[in-house]
Design a protein around this ligand. Structure first.
Ligand code: NAD
Ligand code: ZN
Length: 364
């Protein structure tokens, strides 16, 4: 019989206290754990068309056995459906299922539906509780923790949303086995980011251990729990992104520009990986970071099967990185790695940002 592995990370913010439980064989325990953390009569599960056939029945059964009356909704998978139409469908279905303020939302999915279901929970009857059951690596290490929820508008991503901390997060790393390799690897972008941001030993492990080839659930549990703890430490001190939470944007200034310049054909984590390498390269050349940093970051990213450079023209990246910011001031807050495990926030002018992108995207 295979052993059952569990790690619990406790998150404490000004608005909520909750556990993130990471491990194997957890889906069958969702009902009992929700009952303990967030007692309710009715549970409403939102999942997507890829995840539901694999895991919905198990979670439904678990919630029923724990005494919940259960309703569920399966929405179309994919970022293109993270919109007002799907959001409206979720809310209408919640109302038809007679959910009350005491009911609980259970988001069984990756970050797209997790963000949308979280926002529906934050909005329905001015707010009900949500439990996140993330099924992608990205949603386990990033989107399910921290309380940001959102949907996209045609003008841009995540333009409407709310802050709602979950009452519980249950991350069953067994779900990662069914992910497409490309989706799994995309999630590693944020994992490497966390290493560069705050944990040199995690970073060094990643440089030698390609996660995609790791089927050891014990190790995946350790990595996910460590990442959750890093995000927890940042978010707990700054729930609404007024200060230190900005450090989670490491690699994202250039990463977002690459994502937009590619017309969103490149995965977010792939773009963050290039963004990390680029900002490290520029920081080293500008004397803001220790020597050797850029090479270490690029080697780690490459070992994980992620890109370290991009062919997109610098001018296009500069245009994307500055286009909505020029209206709001004279520069941007750039998260700069100074050594592995340490970053600083620098206020840079648009000219300095141009130089950072130019140096960062130049192939060595
Ligand atoms: N709230 C936050 O703080 C935060 C942080 C980072 C990202 N996000 C958001 O997260 C979203 C991206 O999340 P994502 O990368 O998880 O994408 P996703 O939810 O689209 O999942 C990727 C794909 O994998 C499928 N899938 C999910 N779990 C599966 C499984 N176990 N087996 C097989 N297939 C599975 C999905 O159906 C989808 O097709 C973006 O919308 C982004 O804005 C939010
Ligand atoms: Zn990100």
């Amino acid at each position: 019989m295979s052993s059952v592995i569990r790690e619990t990370v406790h998150v404490s913010t000004t608005s909520a206290d909750y556990d993130v439980i990471v491990g194997t064989a957890l889906l069958a325990e969702v009902g009992a754990r929700v009952r303990e953390a967030a007692p309710a009569d009715a549970a409403f599960i939102v999942s997507d068309t890829n995840v539901a056939p694999l895991y919905l029945e198990q979670v439904e059964t678990s919630l029923c056995e724990a005494g919940f009356s259960v309703a569920s909704l399966v929405v179309e998978a994919g970022e293109v459906h993270k919109n007002l139409t799907t959001f409206g469908t979720i809310l209408e279905t919640m109302a038809k299922a007679d959910l009350t303020r005491d009911s609980i939302m259970v988001a069984l999915c990756g970050g797209v539906v997790g963000d949308m279901a979280g926002f529906a929970a934050a909005s329905y009857m001015r707010g009900i509780r949500v439990v996140q059951v993330p099924t992608t690596l990205l949603s386990m290490v990033d989107s399910s923790v921290g309380g940001k929820t959102a949907i996209d508008l045609s003008c841009g991503k995540n333009l409407v949303g709310a802050f709602l901390q979950p009452s519980l997060v249950v991350a069953d790393v067994g779900c990662l086995q069914s992910l497409e390799p490309e989706v799994f690897v995309d999630g590693i972008g944020e994992v490497v980011k966390h290493g560069v941001l705050a944990d040199e030993s995690l970073f060094d492990e990643l440089a030698y251990t390609p996660l995609l080839q790791t089927s050891d659930p014990d190790y995946l549990t350790h990595v996910v729990a460590r990442n959750v703890a890093i995000k927890r430490d940042v978010v707990s001190g700054d729930e609404r992104e007024r200060g230190v939470r900005q450090t989670l944007n490491l690699g994202h200034t250039i990463g977002h520009a690459i994502e937009a310049a590619s017309g969103y054909t490149l995965g977010h984590g792939h773009c963050v990986a290039v963004g990390l390498c680029a900002v490290a390269r520029a920081a080293e050349q500008l004397g803001w970071a220790e020597t050797g940093l850029a090479e270490r970051v690029a080697a780690c990213v490459t070992a994980q099967g992620l890109p370290s450079t991009s062919d997109l023209p610098t001018s296009e990246l500069v245009a994307q990185a500055t286009h909505d910011k020029k209206r709001h001031g004279t520069g941007v807050n750039l998260v700069v790695p100074t050594r592995i495990g340490q970053v600083e926030i620098r206020r840079v002018s648009f000219d300095e940002l141009f130089e950072v992108i130019r140096l960062g995207m130049h192939r060595c």
